[in-house]
Write a protein that binds this ligand. Sequence first.
Ligand code: URA
Length: 200
Amino acid sequence: MLDLQRLASRIHNCFDCDLSQSRTKAVPGEGPKDADLMLIGEGPGFNEDQQSRPFVGAAGQYLDELLSTINMNRESVFITNMVKCRPPNNRDPLPGEIEACNKYVNEQIQIVQPKVIVTLGRHSLGKFLPGETIGKVHGKPTQIGDLIVYPIYHPAAALRRHSLRLVIESDFQLIPSLLKGDIEKEQTDDHKSQQLSVFE
Ligand code: URA
């Protein structure tokens, strides 16, 4: 836990990009150090920025519901974001902002060593499977080194577009099998070549 606490305190004191100027509070992420499942979203919104906790607004409530459909809850998973500070007016994080925060995401992965990373939406998808589109790869697990990366739509997208709800709810149901290691994963040459670069 100490490692995660130290990392969180570095994040709270980080001024490596302009998001640090407009944030109320940084949102390092939270969850057990030995979590098998890590969820990576995009960045804090209004509520997260106020409370310094990830996914506590409407998207977070929906995420809690999704977890409950597979008999899990947020206490058992590690939840974080690609950027740890809120982009003004909830705009998309800029590439430089994602790059500035990438070291923190990597350290979180190294400390927690999850079995499965679920990427929520396209920004965290881009870290692991650059060039892929969420419409094409959602619901398809990929093995990257020791890790299974499982892309799904962002819960906020499903709240905006009702038709995505069925998709995200159905994609969620595969997570328990992935955690048990029961499922065939895709491992294309493209993805294998990335194993080397993902954590650099
Ligand atoms: N959306 C995200 O991507 N992350 C949060 O923490 C909240 C909403």
